[in-house]
Design a protein around this ligand. Structure first.
Ligand code: AMP
Length: 193
């Protein structure tokens, strides 16, 4: 039983920590940003619809993202355990995911919130933009993505806290330190069998 969500602003280390946690616990790492970038690269209908939102640092419309994720999880071989990274990102997505999860018996066991101060987020994202050339890692798009996070995604913290499954983790420090903090924090909520 390992159904986890990584909830954090851009630059907090979701991608890095997500990959590690998924590997350690033997579950798929589903990162909606990666899935969407793949659609853009392949020029699918979804990719075409998503690109302008992504380039501006805005959000891809809820209905498109919800169907992308529920299809990925509910395909021919339904995925029972998973680490989701970057979805849900709005209250509408969270409610959609909850309804779907209730029907399928697959609601989140734990939500991991990574806490990193804004200055550090901007510093990391600018650095990543220089290294990776990601089109949404330029300074004004970064500011917009942080604003979008505060506005749309931060309210999810309360939504999951009220359900008693939110774990807050200090996201400063080395990658290993943060991984260990996460492991300690989530231990009461998940199991690997
Ligand atoms: P990320 O790699 O998680 O930073 O996501 C990159 C971009 O993909 C975001 O800035 C959004 O434009 C889009 N995106 C990823 N996940 C979602 C989501 N759950 N809802 C809406 N847009 C998303």
């Amino acid at each position: 039983m390992f159904r986890a969500l990584l909830l954090a602003p851009p630059g907090a280390g979701k991608g890095t920590q997500g990959e590690r946690l998924a590997e350690r616990h033997g579950v798929p790492h589903l990162a909606t940003g990666d899935l969407l970038r793949e659609h853009v690269a392949n020029g699918t209908d979804l990719g075409v619809a998503a690109k302008e939102h992504m380039d501006a640092g805005g959000l891809v419309p809820d209905d498109l993202v919800i169907s992308m994720v529920t299809e990925a999880l509910g395909g021919r071989t339904p995925i029972q355990n998973f680490l989701l990274d970057g979805f849900p990102r709005t209250l509408a997505q969270a409610k959609g995911a909850y309804e779907w999860g209730r029907k399928k018996n697959r609601t989140f066991d734990v939500v991991i919130m990574l806490d990193v101060p804004e200055d550090e987020l901007v510093r990391r994202l600018v650095e990543r933009g220089q290294a990776s050339g990601r089109s949404d890692d330029t300074e004004d798009v970064i500011r917009n993505r942080l604003h979008v996070y505060e506005e749309n995604t931060a309210p999810l913290i309360e939504f999951y806290d009220e359900r008693g499954i939110l774990v807050r983790i200090d996201g400063l420090g080395t990658v290993d330190e943060v991984t260990e903090r996460i492991e300690k924090g989530i231990a009461p909520f998940v199991s690997d069998d």
